[in-house]
Design a protein around this ligand. Structure first.
Ligand code: AMP
Ligand code: ZN
Length: 455
């Protein structure tokens, strides 16, 4: 399996150091709000990546951090007048519900920053001992960027030639150099009750140290793969490398992979620009997790992807074609032409996760099955879906509807009988928010769990 390594800017064969398990770290959400679908582009890419690793017969140990202490979470908790942990809990839960709706496989470990403060303090202490970190007057601790050889290696920026420029602007800071970044932030009035005692005084960890400390705790001082959105590459990932390698003297990560942004009208989808949709926003509009997943993964992960509702409509049509086709597929001996489609699919996945090409192989298979019949093709669909996670395998797996869902469905049936389409749509939204999707057919309303609609 060949992938693009952001560190070397070249392709490498992805293989675990221990010959068995790919140890990967993925930067997770800051749990101060609902994640938007731009964030989910990154998590869906990482999901496809871990699935592809397993598809190739390797094992995966994935760690995804939850940033539950930073400026935004503290501000949110203090504004709401609740303890930090209560404030972030709600968004952690929402995050896991959203992952399930997008059929994103759970990582092996989800460490929360607030559960690992001692590990972070220990790492900062190690950097202080090595003399590559210093305490400023206010009690914050900074990393001496200019003393770490090779700083800028990941971002491919030559910092040596920019030194003077950095020094000029440094006066107004507590830092010795403007490029230095905080490992530990001294407590401030606005932090309110949030803070931990440390050898440097009360405060809290910087964001970058969180990922170095938790990744090394669960994956070892050198591990295989580290991923994130492209905006994480600098300075966050550059700083992670500096912190880890300055402390251990060993190579931190062998392969770095980054996905391009999800954009809206040419701009990065982000909270600060206000141009975002959360997953909930789209579910309430009646789109399923499966359709959204399709849109997020059906572009090459290193290409920009512009979000538009047409794409969701295309996804709905494409998936309906696949669903209808899979109903004709059966187990049995796989015909040669179907194996060829699987070979094309595999080659595309192993060519740096070329999902547009992989999907093309799936659609070719659909065309072939529609022409030649589906005998023996079910194993091929199943195998492809190990990576894609978007195929719906039959309506056989019917589940019991919870009472609240039945109540809403009854109300909706009554609304439709009275031709009150507004109310009918509103109730569809309520059902979607509970994780159920409803379709109208001649026989009445067909209701499936969002996770089933995904699968
Ligand atoms: P954040 O909560 O901002 O730290 O982001 C969490 C993850 O989502 C990181 O891996 C980011 O790189 C990624 N991310 C944020 N915005 C986008 C976007 N518009 N498109 C793709 N990935 C994004
Ligand atoms: Zn990180």
């Amino acid at each position: 399996m060949k992938v693009f390594n952001s560190l070397t800017r070249g392709f490498v064969e992805l293989s675990p150091v221990d010959g068995e398990t790919v140890r990967m770290y993925t930067c997770g959400p800051t749990v101060y709000n609902f994640a938007h679908i731009g964030n989910f582009r990154a998590y869906a890419f990482e999901d496809v990546l871990r699935r592809a690793v397993k598809f190739n017969g390797m094992k995966v140990k994935q760690v995804m951090n939850l940033t539950d202490v930073d400026d935004k979470t503290i501000r949110g908790a203090n504004a709401a007048g609740v303890p930090l942990a209560d404030y972030t809990r709600r968004y952690k839960e929402a995050f896991f519900a959203d992952l399930a709706r997008l059929n994103i496989e759970p990582a092996e470990v989800y460490p929360a920053a607030t559960d690992h403060i001692p590990e972070m303090i220990a790492l900062v202490a190690r950097l202080m001992e090595k003399g590559i970190a210093y305490r400023s007057e206010d009690g914050s601790v900074y990393f001496k960027v200019r003393e770490f050889p090779g700083y800028g290696r990941l971002a491919h920026i030559d910092f040596d030639s920019q030194r003077t420029g950095l020094r000029c602007a440094a006066d107004e800071y507590d830092k010795e150099n403007v490029g230095d970044f905080a490992l530990w932030k001294a407590w401030e009035e606005s932090d309110g009750p949030v803070g931990w005692d440390s050898p440097w005084g009360r405060g809290r960890p910087g964001w970058h140290i969180e990922c170095s400390a938790m990744s090394m705790k669960y994956l070892g001082e050198t591990f295989d793969l580290h991923t994130g959105g492209i905006d994480n590459l600098f300075p966050h990932h550059e700083n992670e490398i500096a912190q880890a390698e300055a402390a251990t003297g060993k190579e931190f990560v062998r392969v770095w992979m980054h996905c391009a942004h999800l954009r809206v009208n040419g701009e990065k989808m982000s909270k600060s620009l206000g141009n975002f949709f959360t997953l909930r926003d789209l579910l309430e509009k009646g789109w399923t997790g499966r359709e959204i997943r399709f849109v997020l993964i059906n572009a090459h992960y290193r290409s920009g992807l512009n979000f538009a509702f047409d794409a969701l409509e295309n996804a709905r049509r494409a998936l309906a074609r696949v669903d209808a086709c899979v109903e004709k597929a059966t187990d049995g001996e796989t015909p040669g032409w179907a194996s060829e489609r699987l070979d094309e699919f595999t080659a595309a996945v192993n060519d740096d996760l070329n999902l547009p090409k992989a999907f093309a192989a799936l659609f070719e298979l659909v065309r072939d099955v529609n022409g030649k019949g589906g005998g023996g093709t079910l194993p091929v669909f199943r195998r492809m879906d190990e990576v894609l996670g978007v195929i719906f395998f039959g309506r056989a797996a019917k589940t019991e509807l919870p009472e609240e869902v039945r109540r809403l469905l009854d109300l909706r049936a009554a609304a439709r009988k009275a031709r009150d389409w507004g109310e009918s749509d509103r109730l569809r939204g309520e059902l979607a928010a509970l994780g159920w999707s409803v379709k109208d057919s001649r026989g009445g309303q067909e209701c499936t769990r969002a996770v089933d609609a995904v699968k």
